[in-house]
Design a protein around this ligand. Structure first.
Ligand SMILES: [Zn+2]
Length: 153
């Protein structure tokens, strides 16, 4: 009995469960948390130089998913408040909503493809959340239920 009591603290330190003694935000040294939010917008575009139907002016109801990642949680157990992500995404999609995407400055140098829309949303999100404890991971843009493109880092 005496030996068992003496060994207990040791065994805690020698197993991963021993890490639970530390505050939760410092306990997780491995692995990654990922949070994603989704929103949508409607817009027109045309793919200049593309040989096919998408060369003509047309529109889509785009759905956009944004994912951020980080290893260290806040003291409240969250990586970042979902509301913060939703608000940023909504603000960015508002720039695109009911617009002719080709007219937006970023797209004067890039095709208005789902790929570049994903890259655009990624960089706009990164401007807002920075590259600290929480960083941008991925943006996925659906042009339809069956077709999506993503940009990730
Ligand atoms: Zn299209």
């Amino acid at each position: 009995m005496f030996y068992a009591l003496r060994l207990t603290p040791y065994s805690l330190l020698l197993t991963p469960y021993g890490l639970l003694d530390f505050p939760p935000s410092r306990a997780i040294e491995y692995g990654m948390f990922t949070l994603c939010v989704k929103d949508s917008f409607a817009a027109a575009h045309r793919l200049v130089g593309y040989k096919g139907k998408c060369e003509e002016l047309h529109g889509h109801n785009f759905t956009v998913e944004v994912c951020v990642a980080g290893q260290q949680l806040q003291d409240d157990g969250m990586l970042i408040d979902f509301t913060v992500l939703k608000d940023h995404l909504h603000e960015i999609l508002d720039i695109l909503d009911h617009k002719y995407i080709n007219d937006i400055p970023f797209f004067s140098g890039h095709a208005s493809s789902a790929e570049y829309i994903a890259m655009y949303v990624f960089s706009e999100m990164e401007k807002r959340i920075g590259k600290g404890r929480v960083s941008m991971r991925k943006v996925r843009v659906w042009e339809s239920d069956r077709a999506s493109a993503s940009y990730e880092r």
